[in-house]
Write a protein that binds this ligand. Structure first.
Ligand code: SF4
Ligand code: SF4
Length: 363
């Protein structure tokens, strides 16, 4: 349940030193792309904040989003964040089961009506209410019930944000994202299959510090983490700009670390923080491991043209056209509905651009 103690008091009670607390604030500011001048502001805000109640509901999902969060190393930013919130209901992580678990959800909703955070992973079956139930309650009904008293809803993972795998053709359950059901609450999409743990915790930290959701893009994703495409920040970008592409996964180009564009990399149309925050404690990320980006943080990525099919942008021209490469990702993102306040250059407009819709039609 939400605590009377402030976070500062709670952390001191747990033996977290002032120095450790400030280090945490600095790390959080860095992950959230905030300037160093924000660290004292964050520290002061967190010191006074109270642990909010958080209810986490899982619907049509694979538990990958929870796995992503819990597999982070310890002690971590994420551990600290979970000391900062009162996780009152979570199917996988809670000790309670059966009636006691549902009683905990109802108690948290009742005691914190209007102020608790609701996190959802998984899509909603909109075809048949009996298709997926928890404690005899349909997913749809449980979401509506729990969202009623929530201050804000955080859709974690591409299934909750955009429908994800359950939404892929033929979509037997008529899976829909949270945003199609809950339309009267502040809602943020933290997409990814799964999302990066530090992105989930960074969003929670932002809410705790500022008492509101962060600035969002056109798909309701936090700009701090989804404001740039994978392609914008990819370390293989210099090869792309020079027109040096691997043609197979084991050719000389692949061995030399050339661009994976022709092997189906969807980095130019994908907005996420993998290239900067990385995975596995910042150790590596898919493109660094030799595999193209699949576009997992974008809508319809399962259906959008095949994981190993190259986007059909004229790459030979790209390498010769100054400024085109930088503009390409923006143009693709914009075509997919992800403007992110960027401008498409005249150079990009001269070229044939393939959109997600085009890919879907031709697959
Ligand atoms: S196409 Fe993919 S591998 Fe190549 S630079 Fe862009 S993101 Fe990196
Ligand atoms: S590199 Fe692309 S497919 Fe892989 S996790 Fe990041 S956004 Fe998803």
């Amino acid at each position: 349940m939400a605590e009377a103690r402030t976070l500062g008091e709670s952390l001191r009670h747990q033996g977290v030193s002032r120095r450790g607390f400030l280090k945490f604030c600095a790390a959080t500011a860095s992950v959230m792309a905030l300037p160093p001048s924000m660290v004292p502001v964050m520290a002061a805000a967190l010191e006074k904040a109270r642990r909010p109640s958080l209810i986490w509901l899982s619907f049509q999902e694979c538990t990958g989003c929870t796995e992503s969060l819990t597999r982070s190393h310890a002690p971590t930013l994420e551990d600290l964040i979970f000391d900062f919130i009162s996780l009152d209901y979570h199917h996988t992580l809670q000790a309670a089961s059966g009636d006691a678990a549902e009683a905990a959800r109802e108690k948290a909703m009742h005691e914190n009506f209007g102020s608790y955070l609701l996190v959802v992973d998984g899509s909603l079956p909109n075809e048949n209410n009996g298709y997926s139930t928890i404690a005899g309650i349909s997913n749809l009904e449980m979401l509506k019930q729990t969202a009623e008293g929530a201050a804000a809803v955080i859709a974690v993972g591409t299934c909750a944000a955009f429908g994800g795998l359950p939404h892929a053709a033929p979509n037997p359950t008529n899976a829909v994202p949270v945003s199609e059901i809950i339309t009267d609450k502040p809602l943020i999409n933290v997409s990814g299959c799964p999302p990066i743990p530090a992105v989930i915790s960074g969003v929670l930290a932002h809410y705790l510090i500022f008492g509101q959701l962060p600035e969002l893009d056109a798909l309701n994703r936090p700009l701090a983490f989804y404001g740039q495409s994978i392609h914008d920040r990819c370390y293989r970008r210099s090869f792309y700009d020079k027109g040096l592409f691997a043609e197979t996964f084991d050719d000389e180009g692949a061995k030399k670390g050339w661009c994976l564009y022709r092997l189906g990399c969807k980095g130019p149309m994908t907005y996420n923080a993998c290239a900067t925050i990385k995975w596995n404690q910042g150790l590596s990320w898919p493109i660094e491991s030799g595999h193209g980006c699949l576009g997992c943080s974008e809508p319809n990525f399962w259906d959008a043209g095949g994981f190993y099919r190259a986007l059909s942008i004229p790459t030979a021209d790209i390498a010769k056209t100054a400024g085109y490469a930088a503009a390409t990702g923006v143009a693709l993102g914009a075509a997919a509905g992800v403007m992110n306040r960027r401008k498409t250059s005249a150079a990009a407009e001269k070229h044939e651009i393939v959109t997600v819709d085009d890919l879907e039609k031709s697959s």
